[in-house]
Design a protein around this ligand. Structure first.
Ligand SMILES: *Cc1c(COP(=O)(O)O)cnc(C)c1O
Length: 220
């Protein structure tokens, strides 16, 4: 079932869109089934769960941290994490940079933006991001590489609203690209779109979709 959903989903994706299989709450066995179907990018939202799965599973899996990351937990994933999607403060950037230094690596990150109507969702405003990106503190960080932006749309059936929010994130990406990353080869990712809204996200410029329940079934 899992390998079939993965193959069906992948067949519909344009070449420039990468699928991240969101495996949170699902077993290592379920992940291995997706792995056997060729899937290598997996998303988790809890540090302990990601570390446990990293320890047990094949080492060529690319682990994406897609959840809210607490500063004091960065150290556990710093040695191996492939991409941190939810960076939304200077404090977190500083800690990731510090742990990157300790592990002698450059850690790829995305800046998370608040695009939804719900106040409960995390993320920066464009102004906050500009403040970070113009600061000398940021420019002195040698162990962080910003690869783009991430956002989550409002939980709603209203496709027009969702599309508007994805458009806004694409607009923020373009503005930052022009202002701060014109010469960067890495700053090219827009992480948006989940099981219910990824086709819309792709139409609005997504390069990384984070799909869980459509692959693994409902979470309990
Ligand atoms: C759980 C989660 C997803 C996947 O959600 P589905 O609706 O199961 O596809 C994507 N992104 C984030 C940030 C998540 O927490």
């Amino acid at each position: 079932m899992i390998s079939q959903s993965i193959q069906e989903l992948r067949a519909t994706l344009p070449n420039h869109v990468q699928l991240i299989a969101v495996s949170k709450t699902h077993s290592p066995e379920a992940i291995l089934e997706a792995y056997a179907a060729g899937q290598r990018d997996f998303g988790e939202n809890k540090v302990q769960e990601m570390v446990d799965k990293y320890t047990q599973l094949p080492k060529d899996i690319r682990w994406h941290m897609i959840g809210h990351l607490q500063t004091n937990k960065v150290k556990y994933i710093a040695p191996f994490v492939h991409l941190i999607h939810g960076v939304e403060s200077m404090k977190l950037l500083q800690e990731i940079n510090k742990q990157g230094n300790k592990n002698q690596r450059i850690i790829p990150c995305l800046l998370q933006f608040h695009i939804a109507q719900e106040q409960t969702k995390f993320g920066l405003t464009k102004e906050e991001a500009q403040e970070i990106l113009t600061s000398s503190d940021f420019h002195s960080m040698k162990h962080i590489s910003l690869h783009g932006v991430m956002g989550m749309a409002t939980f709603t059936e209203n496709a027009a609203q969702i599309r508007k929010e994805f458009k806004a994130l694409q607009g923020i990406f373009m503005a930052l690209k022009t202002a701060f990353f014109e010469t960067s080869k890495e700053f090219k990712e827009i992480s948006m779109g989940m099981s219910d809204d990824y086709p819309l996200a792709i139409e609005e410029g997504s390069t990384l979709i984070r799909v869980g329940s459509k692959i693994f079934g409902k979470r309990f």
